[in-house]
Design a protein around this ligand. Structure first.
Ligand code: HPA
Length: 261
């Protein structure tokens, strides 16, 4: 089996191949790179497309996850830029989140015409989370295990009032893309973990939030992220966990890949 990587720019650089291929899915074409890192076959999908052309509300969330399953992926490591809500977080730090709160207005599911309700009591793979954290700490990266990701609709950043509300709710970081991505991964029976990279203090905690700052800090953090992934990959690949993550794999194979209904 292969390990899926999904994220932004900076990740491509350590792939042995940088040739983009295209795969047709029922949800539209998906561009990906089939490569090898640390002796592990990896499928890299740039979440927003190779030229970052899809904004958060137009990402092909279903196509990306469907492509992973078609290409033989069973575990996914995702990376994502976030704003820090927790006051002890600073730009450049990473949080391996374990919960999310959904403030999007997206209704995206594979089970649109089937009555399937997936359990998301533990939305992120606890086993991969622990590996990423341990490896990150070992490498001296400033990384935290556990946290709540609040997902907003975007593409605008938040108001300070919204951020205050999210803080009262206990949120740790804020981003625009992890829902529905993590949920679709669960619907498809994938082990999925997210390395969220703090690129800025959330709205109201600094003068203003800018996309330029987000890109700049992400570029600065890319090397640390690559190191974590490189070191973690062999252990992630060889994991064989019969946990909640894969509970709906058979349903997905039958109803979605098999096209029943
Ligand atoms: N808000 C939402 N998404 C983000 C942020 C933010 O402050 N920073 C990076 N992605």
């Amino acid at each position: 089996m292969a390990v899926g990587l999904i994220g932004g720019s900076g990740l491509e650089e350590f792939l042995e191949s940088s040739v983009y291929r295209s795969l047709d899915t029922p949800y539209g074409p998906v561009k990906y790179i089939d490569s090898e890192v640390s002796g592990v076959r990896v499928i890299f999908i740039p979440r927003h497309g190779p030229g970052h052309e899809h904004p958060p509300h137009r990402v092909n969330y279903r196509g990306n996850i469907y492509a992973f399953r078609l290409l033989g992926v069973d575990k996914v490591i995702a990376t994502s830029a976030v704003g820090g809500i927790d006051e002890s977080l600073h730009p450049g730090m990473m949080v391996i989140v374990d919960q999310f709160i959904d403030f999007t207005k997206r209704f995206i599911t594979f089970y649109d015409r089937h009555v399937v309700h997936v359990d998301v009591s533990r939305p992120y793979c606890p086993a991969i989370n622990r590996i990423l954290y341990r490896v990150g700490r070992g490498l001296g990266v400033r990384v935290r295990l556990g946290g709540i990701y609040v997902c907003t609709e975007g593409p605008r950043f938040e108001t300070p009032a919204e951020i205050n509300m999210f803080r009262l709710m206990g949120a740790t970081v804020v981003g625009m893309t992890n829902v529905p991505e993590v949920v679709l991964a669960r619907e498809a029976g994938l082990h999925y973990s997210l390395i969220s990279i703090v690129t800025n203090y959330a709205a109201g905690m600094q003068e203003r939030v800018s996309a330029e700052e987000v890109v700049q800090v992400m570029e600065g953090a890319a090397e640390g992220v690559r190191k974590i992934i490189e070191s973690a990959l062999p252990e992630v690949e060889s994991g064989d966990w019969a946990d909640d993550c894969i509970a709906f794999r058979d349903e997905f194979d039958r109803l979605i890949l098999g096209g029943v209904g």
